[in-house]
Design a protein around this ligand. Structure first.
Ligand code: SF4
Length: 342
């Protein structure tokens, strides 16, 4: 199976504007610069193979969307690397990124905000087809756009309308059509159903899965809803404070969640598992500030299994079973859980 995307040790942070007076300080007679950074993505690594659906899951603000936006270089990576279709795209200029942009399309959470309100639907879909030279004539591009609109459930008779003339579900279908129009190899779907009515969510999810089977592309699926993730994923990564703390095949992670944070996350959705399998865990402790990350495990302040080592040493990955790995000191390098008293 060929590798579509490979992300290694990705870093993203955002500088906070600091008052000029606070920007410099004098320590031991030397002037130093006080920089404040919000650490959004901390050492994230994962890969996606052809035809695979990989989901990034976590609470809002955990860095899922920043990861996605960094991969497509809407924000320049601050560290690590991104390989796409075998090529290192980490530091490519906007011009050299163009051929890769065609192969890597995004579907956004808010379909209305992502569609130009002053453009007709047919123009929104036709524009990338012509830009990326998928079709050589305007007529062929319009025919292709209409056929894709029909495929996603929008009548081509409505192609001359504007985004505000459609419902939320229809607008998301139009966003999907725009992504499909250039025949990409990877679609990054950033919470594509979370802004929609529950009744519409299943329709859009089924459409997304049908299209994947039909066109053969891969998905990076960003979500916080575990029932959605279970429905759609092959493999998944659990994110906490910008770090993937556990990842693996969907079955392994759902059947045997290993990281205390994963267990906590799952306990908040009791219906997705056999009843009583995970007793709800009380949320305790402060979430560390993403400006001042602790040196040890990022989850230590909320973890009821925390040990002394957890406060000072950042855990490395331990493999539990093929493809299933976790970042937690509870597991030894052979993947066995250790006693908390050790
Ligand atoms: Fe809890 Fe320690 Fe594991 Fe972090 S490393 S999740 S603090 S047991």
């Amino acid at each position: 199976m060929s590798r579509v995307l490979e992300v290694n040790n990705l870093i993203q942070y955002f500088e906070l504007s600091v008052d000029l007076l606070d920007k410099f300080s004098i320590k031991e007679g030397k002037i130093s610069i006080n920089e404040k950074r919000v650490h959004a993505v901390n050492d994230v690594s994962f890969h996606i193979d052809a035809g695979e659906v990989y989901s990034l899951v976590g609470e809002s603000g955990c860095g899922k969307s920043s990861t996605a936006r960094t991969i497509v270089k809407l924000i320049e990576p601050k560290g690590g690397s991104v390989r796409f279709l075998g090529d290192d795209i980490t530091h490519l200029s906007a011009r050299r990124m163009l051929p890769y942009r065609k192969e890597m399309q995004m579907i956004f959470q808010d379909p209305y905000a992502s569609l130009n309100p002053r453009q007709r639907i047919i123009d929104i879909i036709t524009e990338p087809i012509l830009f990326h030279k998928i079709e050589s004539t305007k007529k062929a591009a319009i025919d292709r756009a209409k056929s894709i609109l029909e495929r996603v459930g929008i009548s081509s008779d409505q192609a001359d309308r504007y985004p505000h003339q459609f419902s939320g579900g229809q607008r998301q279908r139009i966003g999907i059509a725009r992504a499909l129009a250039v025949d990409p190899q990877l679609i990054i779907a950033d919470e594509p159903v979370s802004a929609l009515d529950v009744s519409i969510q299943a329709q859009i999810l089924n459409l997304l899965m049908d299209l994947k089977d039909e066109y053969g592309f891969s998905y990076l699926f960003i979500a916080h809803d575990l029932s959605v993730v279970r429905h759609i994923s092959d493999r998944m990564g659990i994110m906490y404070l910008g770090m993937i703390v556990e990842e693996g095949p969907k079955e392994n992670v759902f059947d045997a969640p290993a990281h205390p944070y994963t267990q906590l996350l799952f306990s908040a959705v009791p219906k997705i598992e056999k009843e009583g399998e995970f007793a709800p865990i009380a949320l305790e402790g402060e979430i560390p500030s993403p400006i001042h990350l602790p040196p040890g495990c990022l989850f230590a302040s909320r973890c009821d299994k925390a040990m002394e080592i957890c406060k000072n040493v950042r855990p490395e990955y331990v493999t539990l079973s093929p493809g299933h790995r976790v970042r937690c000191h509870l597991y030894t390098s052979t993947g066995q859980e250790t006693s908390i008293d050790e």
